[in-house]
Write a protein that binds this ligand. Structure first.
Ligand SMILES: [Zn+2]
Length: 416
């Protein structure tokens, strides 16, 4: 068992308050803080704080020094001796790029192809930095806004009609004439490959239509329209602004989850959440970013099947105080546990006895983690604790009147 200090990623879209206040630091932070990583990713492994004469190290080095003891045989064999997930606190003050992630097959094929082309691993125009897929799950801590999955095309036709922008007519016609995944593919492809001159007239026309429709009041698409305006303000010449019209505009309440499987086009807009993903860097971007964009490669991996919001909302199973988000990714299982230090409303403690690697990240209050060997660690909000395969039996007590932590682990078998 090791107490973990997360690694802050200072991306420009981050918040100056959310992660700093979670970690008990001065607010606002001097720079935006976008993500707090709890994992063993080579680009930012968590720090293992010193305990009982064991010096500090990082989680990647600690795992590499004792793979079977830390991960267990199942995880070592199934995932090449790596911790297969990365858990983060993500705090978005501004929208992130429009993106999708490849399937395992696409990632392997793309990685081999770019290797054969001789592209260096750190090249800016490299799409595939490793041969793995990157399914993602985010669970909201605050209200959380996102775009994810293609909306039912019939509803999108109604949105485009309501805008009453004559420049949109040919595109509206494409989707109205074929309101299905092929129509979505055709329209998305057309928009992402429009010449700059066409984008320069179409985006302002759409923004003008959105202003007028919002001004008229009572549009059922008010949230969608406000999002288009926000994106257009930051990226006035970006076809991603148009693409946002095709996606579900999703609002998550605290505790709600969103699962993004391979091929799902998505963009986080605003809010703080806990995100868990397979330990991969494979991102294909379609816009709303100054980073590398590869439209043909994005089109190869995108799934244009319309997705209802229910389709990408993971089922939840309550196991006592533990709220488990059931997703099909073999790399991770995420759950949220709320303990009540008074024991009056909820349980004040919870036992875990499952093998395999686990990270418990405390988001509110503090907890005391006790191993069967008698080791006791107190973990405050903003820190996490690592539990290795060799020490699976732990009891977690609330050390404050209310304590919330997220538990990340590797699922064992089916449904566990
Ligand atoms: Zn993503």
């Amino acid at each position: 068992m090791r107490t973990l200090e997360g690694v802050v990623r200072p991306y420009a879209w981050g918040s100056r308050t959310a992660i700093a206040s979670l970690r008990g630091k001065a607010v606002p932070s001097p720079h935006p803080e976008a993500e707090l990583w709890f994992g063993a990713h080579p680009a930012g492994p968590a720090i293992c704080l010193p305990t009982d004469g064991v010096p500090d190290t990082d989680l990647l080095s600690a795992i590499d020094a004792d793979r079977v003891g830390m991960l267990g045989e199942h995880t070592v064999e199934a995932f090449d001796g790596r911790l297969p997930f990365l858990m983060k606190v993500l705090a978005a003050e501004e929208p992130l790029s429009l993106q999708a992630h490849p399937s395992s097959e696409q990632a392997r094929e793309g990685f081999d192809r770019e290797n054969a082309q001789g592209l260096p691993f750190d090249a800016a125009d490299r799409n595939y930095r490793d041969p793995w897929h990157k399914p993602e799950l985010i669970v909201a801590i605050t209200d959380f806004e996102a775009l994810a999955g293609f909306r039912d095309p019939q509803t999108t036709v109604e949105l485009l009609r309501d805008l009453q922008v004559s420049e949109l007519d040919p595109y509206l016609g494409m989707l109205a004439g074929q309101p299905d995944s092929e129509g979505l593919r055709a329209l998305f492809t057309t928009w992402l490959t429009l010449p700059d001159a066409s984008i320069a007239t179409l985006v302002p026309a759409v923004l003008g239509g959105a202003v007028d429709l919002l001004g008229a009041g009572s549009s059922r698409f008010a949230a969608e329209l406000r999002t288009v305006l926000e994106l257009g303000e930051v990226y006035p010449r970006d076809p991603g602004v148009l693409a946002s019209l095709l996606l579900n505009r999703i609002h998550l309440e605290p505790g709600d989850g969103l699962y993004l499987p391979a091929g799902n086009l998505h963009a986080y807009l605003h809010g703080t959440g806990v995100e868990i993903m397979a330990n991969s860097d494979n991102v294909l971007r379609g816009g709303l970013t100054p980073k590398h964009i590869d439209v043909p490669e994005l089109l190869r991996v995108l799934d244009f099947t319309p997705a209802a919001v229910e389709d990408i909302t993971p089922p939840i199973r309550m196991v006592g105080a533990e709220r488990v988000y059931l997703t099909p990714a073999p790399e991770f299982r995420l759950s949220r546990v709320e303990l009540d230090g008074t024991g009056l409303v909820y349980a004040s403690s919870i036992c875990f006895d499952m093998p395999g690697p686990q990270i418990l990240a405390v988001l509110s209050g503090s907890v005391e983690v006790r191993s069967m060997g008698g080791v006791v660690t107190t973990v405050p909000a903003g820190q996490a604790v690592w539990i290795g395969d060799a020490e699976p039996d732990v009891v977690v007590h609330a050390a404050s009147s209310r304590a919330v932590f997220f538990r990340a682990r590797v699922p064992v078998g089916t449904g566990s």
